[in-house]
Design a binder for this molecule. Sequence first.
Ligand SMILES: Nc1ncnc2c1ncn2[C@@H]1O[C@H](COP(=O)(O)OP(=O)(O)O)[C@@H](O)[C@H]1O
Ligand SMILES: [Mg+2]
Length: 255
Amino acid sequence: MTTQKKDTILKVDNIHHSYGKFKVLNGISLEVKRGGITALIGPNGAGKTTFYNVISGKFPPTRGKIYFNNIDITGFPPHKIVKLKLLRSFQITNIFPELTVEENILIPLILKRGKCYSFFKDLKKYKEFYIEAENIMNNLGLIEFKNRTVSELAYGDKRLVEIGITFASDPEMILLDEPTAGMNPAETERTVNLIKDLSEKSNVTFFITEHDMNVVFSVSEYIFVLHQGSLLAQGTPEEIKNNQEVKEAYLGGSV
Ligand SMILES: Nc1ncnc2c1ncn2[C@@H]1O[C@H](COP(=O)(O)OP(=O)(O)O)[C@@H](O)[C@H]1O
Ligand SMILES: [Mg+2]
């Protein structure tokens, strides 16, 4: 096992979750290090989405503890977790399809400074927000669409706007649950490379689930493998690629 030198941003300790009598998470303990991209993989039904729902406060764990930046956030409601800068993208209550790409990115930038965006018409005064929004749109390859309404965009670009909105909300850590779901291979590659760029240009920690193994191995620094609600393995992409138990769990899959 590779030892990581960076400090821990997220620690979960013996997390359990059940839907009624159906046990989905069976005592997961792991630590995500600060910065870069960490991946959570596992066959369909392994419990990845449930795990994110538990971390982001949608469901409290039935047992176990969650620490974010050493703060015990177990049982915190989602809005409180968001305030601590642990954000989950693709929950997407925060996208406005009828506003432009630029406006969608501007809103969280303004909100995070505690201003109210009811003065939208006066926004031209707030040049700093425009510059920051432009940076984010540039980073995500969205600049050519800045004045288009989000509803007009292609599926892959809409998802990039969602990532942009999350990124603009000043996160320390972003949970991305299958950011490339529904994308074709070209869109997948583009999206993943953009996420990688964003991670390299910022201090934000990305924790992503992704079904495409090639993608996972090429972008993540560290990988956790979930299988039937338990942690099966963890390590660098190289270690996971060569892990016999992981290969067996994915028998017939793409590993
Ligand atoms: N809201 C729910 N109620 C009951 N069972 C659920 C619910 N959500 C997921 N499950 C079940 O929990 C298991 C894990 O699902 P999920 O967390 O979505 O896995 P993954 O994201 O790894 O595919 C699956 O067997 C799924 O059918
Ligand atoms: Mg899932």
